[in-house]
Design a protein around this ligand. Structure first.
Ligand SMILES: Nc1ncnc2c1ncn2[C@@H]1O[C@H](COP(=O)(O)OP(=O)(O)OP(=O)(O)O)[C@@H](O)[C@H]1O
Length: 652
């Protein structure tokens, strides 16, 4: 990887542009959580400037991820002030890209496609030299050799976990952010790859004047040396916030010098860790080391070691951390390391926001097209999600066509025939839950990209709908073609196309319902259970198992009439029986035996029931097909709008 990285130094330098220097400042940032005795972050202030690589470190639970969330405006629980170049009037989505701890990627795409789509969404498909920029980014992160490998799915092994981490970073870097924030960019990477990634981030900061802030756990000495500054947190407080070059001196000053062959990054983490504090205090008498001469009277590491029996379990750790926070504040003041944000000046106004507004509508259309293209690729390759689903629809059709084969038109087969319409609506609708896993995978990508301002929930939904419509139509068409003449259903082109339309609307409604539920509860098992329950509810109140006229009034006036299955089932039944006459049987005495009341017997004496008799019996004779189609469309549109609302509302 070293060689590829080096060979792209020039490329990176060439990509550098003369950019307005940025300073991100955070002031008195406090993050609290309900039922938590102390804040997650206790009034943190500081700033960082473009061209710097800042490490945010601290023991587990120190508040590092929360700090990143706060400075990226990703948590509603934060208070305090954030400014860029002295102003609060900036858009973090325009300036900043966030790389989360989890790698949310589409497994069916190749590495290059993934980064290329990210570039198109961030910069626009017509951005000059986009392809070269994508290749340079891949090379910079050591991904050229796997550029054409798929990310990987449950069926197809793809790239390694460490490579996925780098692809996620590449997706953010390729967007050319002015501020890049990364949560654990080296987790899952071996030491060498971790160092290469941090070296890349350092060059990105130094050569492209980007401000890079990242949390990092236990960096190797050489990796740690690449950082310009360190912000060290413990129990939500600042333990160190200055150039990494001062760390050794500071450790000496607080009486905890780094022993030979020990990484100063490990030494300071050891010093501020309190997770096993009580045990540590009990066994060793607390961490030792004199306080820096002249430091505040707050407790130093060893000061609380005696008399712990008088304190609560939490107090010694808090005291330890408070002592170190004071030590740092004293040290920083003494050594002129306290950084204050620069006041705003003419010429360093925050750029971008206005420029981006221009041509926003065209950019929005392009993004929707790019997203649709990506979705179409995903659909065409995702055998598990879509291939197997199409196979299921075909399998169901074959089952129906072979079991109900040559059903014919006899009154004794009335219920068998009604069950074709029921089965088609209810079971095909039920199978829409199979779309939930693929949606959740896409949603994770959407959450990441939306948080980085790449596109809006509306654009995502339009693109997702545009690609799912033909897929669901194909599923419906295959199903209809297989069963229609095998049973057969009501002959004639009009009835055939009506069947296709009504069933398509039912499947669309079922699909939208499943996705709406998954957007509301984005946990696979829970969404599956809820969608299954909803389908069960619709099945039982649609008027097949118990005729609608016999349904208890509560269910009839509520769920029967907001039920997409009611309208689809009624439409299919009306279509199937329209104009048909079903002869009834005759008993030994020659009496006509019809399963339902026959109007033909009463008027013409013919021993048969008409299609009209069937719809009359089901209490759907007088309904308007157009109205029912309209209601189905409204149900689908309302659920899609609710889904949009859910996507807007749920940011995680
Ligand atoms: N929404 C929340 N509600 C309650 N507690 C929370 C919430 N978010 C975070 N915390 C708590 O705040 C503390 C800091 O969490 P955070 O994830 O920021 O730590 P971290 O330093 O990133 O830890 P790690 O290195 O283990 O990822 C933890 O104790 C965590 O349990």
């Amino acid at each position: 990887m070293t060689t590829t990285l080096d060979s792209h130094d020039c490329e990176l330098a060439a990509l550098a542009v003369d950019r307005v220097p940025l300073e991100l400042a955070w002031s008195s940032v406090i993050v609290t959580a309900p039922k938590r005795p102390r804040p997650i972050l206790s009034s943190i202030s500081g700033c960082a400037r473009s061209g710097e690589l800042l490490a945010v470190m601290g023991p587990s639970g120190a508040g590092k991820s929360t700090f990143l969330d706060a400075i990226c405006q990703r948590t509603p629980r934060a208070s305090g002030e954030l400014t860029v170049n002295g102003t609060t009037a900036y858009s973090s989505k325009d300036l900043l890209s966030f790389v989360e701890q989890d790698d949310a990627l589409l497994g069916t795409l190749t590495v290059r496609e993934t980064v290329d789509f990210a570039a198109q969404l961030a910069l626009g498909p017509t951005y000059p030299n986009l392809s070269q920029h994508v290749d340079a980014t891949l090379a910079s992160l050591g991904l050229s050799s796997v550029a054409h490998q798929r990310i990987g799915t449950a069926l197809q092994r793809g790239i390694s976990g460490g490579q996925k981490r780098r692809v996620t970073i590449a997706c953010s870097v390729v967007a050319k952010p002015r501020i890049l924030v990364l949560d654990e960019p080296t987790s899952g990477l071996d030491a060498k790859s971790g160092k290469e990634v941090v070296a890349f981030l350092q060059r990105l900061a130094h050569e492209q004047n980007v401000l890079v802030i990242c949390t990092i756990h236990q960096p190797a000495y050489e990796t740690f040396a690449l950082f310009d500054r360190l912000l060290l947190l413990a129990r939500g407080k600042v333990m160190f916030d200055g150039p990494t070059s001062h760390l050794d001196h500071y450790l000496v000053a607080v009486g905890s010098p780094t022993p030979e062959h020990v990484n100063p990054a490990d030494q300071i983490i050891d010093l501020v860790s309190t997770d096993f504090f009580k045990a540590h205090v009990g066994s060793t008498g607390g961490s030792s080391g004199p306080r820096e001469k002249g430091s505040s009277p707050a407790q130093t590491p060893g000061a609380h070691a005696h008399g712990t029996h008088e304190m609560s379990d939490i107090a010694p750790a808090d005291q330890h951390v408070d002592g170190l926070a004071s030590s740092w504040a004293d040290y920083a003041a003494r050594h002129d390391l306290v950084r204050s944000p620069e006041p705003p000046t003419a010429g360093n106004e925050v750029p971008y926001a206005k420029q981006r507004k221009r041509g926003a509508a065209l950019m929005g259309v392009r993004k929707t097209l790019t997203l649709s293209h990506r979705n179409a690729l995903n659909y065409s390759r995702n055998l598990l999600a879509y291939g197997i689903r199409l196979g299921m629809y075909i399998g169901m059709a074959v089952l129906l066509a072979t079991i109900w084969v040559h059903l014919g038109w006899h009154a004794s087969k009335l219920n068998d025939r009604l069950s074709v319409s029921f089965f088609s609506v209810a079971f095909l609708g039920f199978m829409s839950v199979a779309g939930i896993p693929a949606f959740l995978e896409e949603r994770a990508v959407f959450i990441r990209e939306r948080a980085n301002g790449l596109y809006t929930p509306g654009q995502y939904l339009v693109a997702a709908t545009a690609v799912s419509l033909p897929f669901l139509f194909a599923c419906t068409a295959f199903y209809t073609l297989i069963i229609y003449w095998a049973i057969p259903m009501n002959p004639g082109a009009t009835h055939f196309f009506r069947f296709l339309l009504y069933l398509y609307l039912a499947i669309l409604a079922a699909e939208t319902q499943s996705l709406l539920i998954a957007a509301f509860v984005p946990i696979f098992v829970a969404a599956l259970a809820m969608a299954s329950f909803a389908n069960g509810l619709w099945m039982t109140t649609m008027g097949y198992f118990i005729r609608s006229t016999s349904l208890p009034r509560f269910w009839y006036y509520t769920f029967h009439f907001i039920n997409y299955q009611t309208f689809s089932f009624d439409l299919l039944v009306r279509n199937d029986f329209a104009g048909q006459v079903l002869p009834c049987g005759v008993d030994a005495a020659g009496s006509c035996l019809c399963p339902i009341e026959s109007s033909l017997l009463a008027t013409t004496g013919e021993c048969a029931i008409s299609g009209q008799d069937v719809t009359q019996d089901l209490d759907i004779a007088g309904v308007s097909d157009g109205l029912y189609v309209g209601i189905l469309v409204i149900i689908i549109v309302v659920m899609r709008l609710l889904m949009w609302g859910m996507l807007v509302w749920k940011k995680r």
